[in-house]
Design a protein around this ligand. Structure first.
Ligand code: AMP
Ligand code: MG
Length: 279
């Protein structure tokens, strides 16, 4: 890997962005795919360090300019690597301008409200970057798979989500949504690791085993969500995530490209700075 990694960004975006109106079939996608054939695992450390620095610079600019808002949504099956993507891709950013919002099984108070209530409270403000570790997409995925509401209710939510995200975008939010795509064999390996490695035991939940049995239902629910809610203003990316290092690089490249396109500028300095002497 001699070329600058960023020259490969267009290939990554082209391969993984779900176009509006596209009908993707997850069964035909490869969770071990690479858009960059000569990229090797041994290259990752050096490359991700470079990308971490770039992202940190862009985030500093985002914070200073105080104009745009950035929302990153991470979804995926259990063990798909949402937590680890956060740890690796955002290493080095300034915690002052970045926040993670994790969405768990809703509390009674949350359930007593509309499904976007708890989501809207966590969206980024100007200059801020917020990472959603799970999101409102659970309300058309987990909720659907478990039949927690009537089908008519979750079916109406795709349009509601698109309208909500459109409003956020029109109010200055850059929205990027990542589906971390693994296959069932990879999940088996990762669940076994959680059982075997004492440092990973805490991550194991017997609930994940029950959810695993619903794999095809989850896949279908995700496929519909990806096909019905990938929009110009809030695109989905299906990121092959069987290889963790590749997933990290792909997510980093996509975020950096989108932030670069914002053409951010540091705010204008006060007039007359040159004549000020600090005594
Ligand atoms: P984890 O991210 O592993 O801590 O697990 C959180 C759990 O909360 C997952 O099983 C999600 O599917 C579940 N969850 C998150 N949001 C919702 C929701 N809106 N409705 C039902 N289950 C949810
Ligand atoms: Mg879990």
């Amino acid at each position: 890997m001699k070329k600058s990694i960023e020259t490969l960004t267009p290939a990554v975006i082209k391969r993984y962005r779900v176009k509006p109106q596209e009908k993707i079939d997850l069964k035909r996608r490869d969770p071990g795919d690479s858009a960059i054939p000569d990229l090797k695992k041994k290259d990752e450390k050096r490359l991700i360090e470079g990308l971490n620095k770039k992202l940190a610079k862009l985030q500093n600019l985002l914070y200073a300019e105080h104009k745009h808002k950035v929302l990153i949504v991470l979804q995926g099956m259990d063990t798909s690597g949402k937590d680890s993507t956060i740890a690796h891709v955002f290493r080095g950013v300034n915690p002052q301008g970045v926040r993670v919002a994790s969405f768990k099984v809703p509390t009674q108070q949350e359930l007593d409200h509309d499904f976007l209530w708890r989501i809207h409270r966590q969206v980024p403000s100007k200059g801020e970057m917020v990472i959603f570790n799970r999101s409102h997409y659970e309300d058309v995925v987990a909720v659907r798979v478990h039949g927690l509401v009537e089908p008519a209710v979750w079916k109406a939510r795709y349009d509601e989500i698109n309208a909500f995200e459109r409003m956020l975008a029109e109010e200055g939010a850059l929205i990027l949504k990542f589906f971390l795509f693994i296959d069932k064999d990879e999940q088996k390996k990762r669940l076994e690791e959680r059982l075997d490695d004492p440092q990973k035991n805490w991550k194991f939940s017997s609930n994940d085993v029950k959810e695993r049995a619903r794999w095809p239902h989850y896949l279908k629910a995700y496929e519909d969500a990806l096909n019905l809610t990938s929009t110009k203003w809030a695109p989905w990316f299906v990121v092959p995530s069987n290889r963790k290092w590749y997933r990290n690089l792909a997510v980093s490249l996509i975020i950096i490209e989108a932030l670069t396109r914002l053409n951010m500028r540091y705010p204008k300095a006060e007039a007359g700075l040159q004549s000020i002497r600090i005594i």
